[in-house]
Each structure stands twice: as structure tokens, then as C-alpha cells.
Write a protein that binds this ligand. Sequence first.
Ligand SMILES: [Zn+2]
Length: 307
Amino acid sequence: MKRRDFISSTVTLTAAGLFSSQAFARDEQTKGFTWKDGKKWVYSITYDEGVIDLFKYAIPLHRKYEIPGHLAIVTDQIGKVRILPGSSYHGFSIMDKDQIKSLVDEGWGVSCHSMSHCGVTVENAQVEVVEAKAKMEEILEMPITIFTVPGSNHGHAPSLLVAEDAGYNAIMTIYDRVNTIDTDLMWLGRIPLHTEYPGPFYTRFDPYKGFLLASKVGGWVIDYNHCPMPNKPVHPAKDVTSEELEQRFQALKEFGGDDVWIADCNEVVDYLLNDPIAQQARANAPDPLDDVYNLEMRQTYSVLKEG
Ligand SMILES: [Zn+2]
């Protein structure tokens, strides 16, 4: 057998093949699905905290490349200096209501990143997840329907216990992965945009990260970072430089071309909630708690749910 024949006869790269053992059934279910305007995959980018410096170092690039962004905002930090000793972003000024709203007018979206960023636990979830949403809606005078887990994924399980009842449609985490149309909306992954991860691999910035996979499986890339800065990231594992952000946008435009739908996360979640094929695919997808991935969170969540 020629090498090329071998490849074409054995490699069928599909969303289901990559993410589940029930490959065939799931591919059948997603047949006929397209993203908005017939696009083949989706790109979103989020900035946790919403620091004012974004206006200097990131927003001009968004305008230049016509890419809407998304702010994950801590309710009690709106319009204040962030006082959170130990955080890489301690002492940064956070956008006020008018600044946030001006970006919403440009097509940006907002999610709730908890009340205080102290980390969600079973004990504080009512305040950090539920009350934080109501208070943010009051301040910003708009519905807030996505929760973005603060700190680390350890807050994901306690958030899951209360988010749906509070009226959230989705939860964004920092599981580093590409989402597909049947991803549970309460388990959305985000891809960290970073200059360099810590050891042992020291993974270097890759402007194309996730794009090939997303284009192959009709997936959704959500980038995660905080505040790009010129020449040097604030934190090499949590941010890129402004130059790298521009490379990311150039890679997106070059690789994605007409195939990619570039949209705020809220718009994408709404699309997935309303599309009948996506609804069906999610309904038949394996429970994330049965996934081969998410092991640590599954264990935490199972314990919390039973407790
Ligand atoms: Zn944060």
C-alpha cells in the first residue's frame, strides 16, 4: 500500500473521533451543522480582569484587525484599583462602567469573573457566583449569562453546583482545549495565550495554537489572557506581549480566511443554545463527568454533589 493510501484509509479526523469513543454516532448527529453564515470554525478571545491598560496595548489591535474581544470582570473591582496581593495584576486599574460599556458598543462581550476573585468554594459560591451576577447586571445594566472561573479550575466544581440555577448559560474555565459543538456549555475550555509556560516543557508561544484542530473538527477556540504588554509579558504563562498578540491575529486572518467566524463568546453561546443540531448533539454527548479527561474535576465535583 502506498503511503498516501494508507493515510487516507485510516485517518478520519472528526470531532467525535478525537473527543469520544462513540465516534460514528456523534458524527451522524452533527451532520448538517454550520456555524453562523456557513462558517466552519469559530474564534473568540477573552481578557480576564479588564484592566484599563488594554486600551493602550490590545484594543488598538482589535480595531485594526476587526476582532471583537471579551472581558471577564470581577464585580467588586469595576472602576477600582485591583488590590489582590499575590496576583500578577495586583495594583492594576480596572475599567469602569463607561469604559466597559464603550467596548460593548463596539461588539465586545462581558462575563462575570466572580465577586472578589478570592476563589470559588462551596461555602462562598452563593456570593461569588450567584450574587456577583445580580450585582454586575445592576451596575452594567445588561444581562450577564457567562461565568468565568477565577484563579484556577479548582473553582469550577463549586461553580457548577449553583451556576445553572442562577441563570448562567455557560461557564468558561482554563482547561486548555478546543471546544466542539457538543461541548457541555458549563465546561468550556480556553486556550491560554502565553509567551512561555513553566517547565518541564517551557512551551513557547505558537500563533497558530488550536487553529488546525478547530478547523478540522468545526471547533471553537477561546483564547485566554489578561493584558498584553509591549516586549515583555506581565506573567509569561498568563499573557503574551502585544507583538505576539498581533502575530496571533495575523495568523488567525491568514489561516482562518473566510472559514472562521470571529465573535464574542456570548454570541457563540447563544448560537449554540438556539441551533437545533447543536442542541441535539449536546443532548446526546457523553456527560463530561464520564469523559476520559477532566479527571481531577470530575472527582471533586462528584464528592461535592454527593456531599
Ligand atoms: Zn482572574
